[in-house]
Design a protein around this ligand. Structure first.
Ligand code: XUL
Ligand code: CO
Length: 442
């Protein structure tokens, strides 16, 4: 019911169904079977898939070299607010047909920035009422909300880390409202991504002051959330660069250090994005594993970069090897809820027809479903775990156990080795065997 005259935005596309691997239909799931049970729970709960409002409903296809390319018939005519309300209809038609349970937004994706803060607040309230009504009828929920603190020129030097205290205050007012709207919509989380919280040049930057301010900002956000009764999970989303040359939320290790240093570790977990991990020089599995082992695994922004392009291309993930690794780590750490798998991904500029939005999401969901099935098989088989345990077998022996228990010292270990003369020889790491083993499941 999105276009003038009440017609559909995606005519001819029915609800996408699971048809199994042999189907010839491209607008169907081959692997994502929402109700299928894997490791004791339905696939839908393993993923809690979310659509990103910004890429899917605000992406225009423009790039630094060229104009918008996307054909979006519903984007024509009316005021900015009318267009925003029409987009809500389109978004829910899309998400209902896709069969996805969640979505995520920035405040300014869903509602236009007004001429003043109060007008922006009003616009957001108006659109939020429409979102609430559609959530009610569709059962689709808000995974997390966030605020866009990077597009407007006032944020040229950052928001919480701006050199201008007024800008910090404006950002605080914007985030206060974004948290309130997220809460009103039953949002299950709230994300901080440091859009411009970083620097281009250290000569003009007081780094300590800026990072102190970022912590102050997050504490105020957490305090306000508690005050209004918002109990959703806060997330910090690492990204090493883009748009600044150095972002303070560089990677999971940097973010977790920041959270602990400033006493935020009880309130904030990580929202980890694949393309940001690779920009930081890490594999996604590294970032997930690091956050998981530290107890900070929160949610995922699912996408992928291109090895031949060095920037944040935000492509839809289709690589089964990648999704297998992601799902192995998620299963290991007990799943993703109350987070989810949010497709922070955009169709290519060349894929400009509305139907491409379906192909992109279906491919991503199927890639994750295959990854889940393969990961569950690897775990059920147990060979990977057995080989890993064997590699660390000496740590289960008497000496290893005593060291891990903290009952040894440098002196006692020196005595042990003086008596023994040398350490026992190491065994092969068998990297190729491990890699070949994984391929036997793919
Ligand atoms: C930017 C990015 C953001 C965050 C939310 O690279 O990933 O869309 O996910 O602000
Ligand atoms: Co993201």
């Amino acid at each position: 019911m999105a276009l003038p005259g009440g017609s559909e935005a995606f005519p001819g596309i029915e609800r996408i169904r699971y048809e199994g691997p042999a189907t010839k239909t491209m607008l169907a799931f081959r692997h994502y079977d929402a109700d299928a049970i894997v490791e004791g729970q339905p696939m839908r709960d393993h993923f809690r898939f979310a659509v990103s409002y910004w890429h899917t409903f605000r992406g225009t296809g423009s790039d630094p070299f060229g104009a918008p390319t996307m054909i979006r018939p519903w984007e024509i005519g009316g005021t900015d607010l009318e267009a925003a309300l029409r987009r809500v209809e389109v978004a829910f038609e899309f998400m209902e047909k896709l069969g996805v349970g969640f979505y995520c937004f920035h405040d300014r994706d869903v509602a236009p920035e007004g001429h003043s803060l109060s007008e922006s607040h009003r616009n957001l309230d108006t659109v939020a009422s429409a979102l609430a009504a559609h959530q009610q009828t569709s059962g689709i929920r808000l995974l997390w909300g966030t605020a866009n603190l990077f597009s407007h020129p006032r944020y040229v030097h950052g928001a919480a880390t701006s050199c201008n205290a007024d800008v910090f205050a404006f950002a605080a007012a914007q985030v206060k409202k974004a948290i309130e709207v997220t809460h009103a919509l039953g949002g299950q989380g709230y994300v901080f991504w440091g859009g411009r919280e970083g620097y281009q040049c250290l000569w003009n930057t007081d780094m300590k002051r800026e990072i102190d301010h970022l912590a102050r900002f997050m504490h105020m956000a957490v305090d306000h959330a508690r005050k209004i009764g918002f109990e959703g999970q806060f997330y910090f989303e690492p990204k090493p660069r883009e748009p600044t040359k150095h972002q303070y939320d560089y990677d999971c290790a940097a973010c977790i250090n920041f959270l602990r240093a400033y006493g935020l570790e009880k309130h904030v977990k990580m929202n980890i994005e694949t393309n940001h991990a690779t920009l930081a020089g890490h594999e996604m599995q590294h970032e997930l594993e690091y956050a998981g082992m530290q107890g900070f695994l929160g949610s995922i922004d699912a996408n992928t970069g291109d090895p031949l392009l060095g920037w944040d291309t935000d492509q839809f993930p289709t690589d089964i090897y990648l999704t297998t690794r992601i799902m192995l780590t998620l299963l290991k750490y007990g799943g993703i809820a109350p987070g989810g798998v949010n497709f922070d991904a955009k169709v290519r500029r060349e894929s400009f027809e509305p139907v491409d939005l379906f192909h992109a999401h279906i491919g991503g969901m199927d890639a994750f479903a295959r990854g889940l099935k393969i990961a569950a098989q690897i775990r059920a088989d147990g060979t990977l775990q057995r080989l890993l345990d064997e590699r660390y077998a000496s740590w289960s022996g008497p000496l290893g156990r005593r060291i891990e228990a903290g009952s040894e010292s440098f002196e006692s270990l020196e005595r042990e080795m003086l008596a023994k003369g040398d350490s026992t020889p190491c065994s092969s790491g068998r990297q190729e065997l491990f890699e070949n083993l994984i391929n036997t499941y793919l």
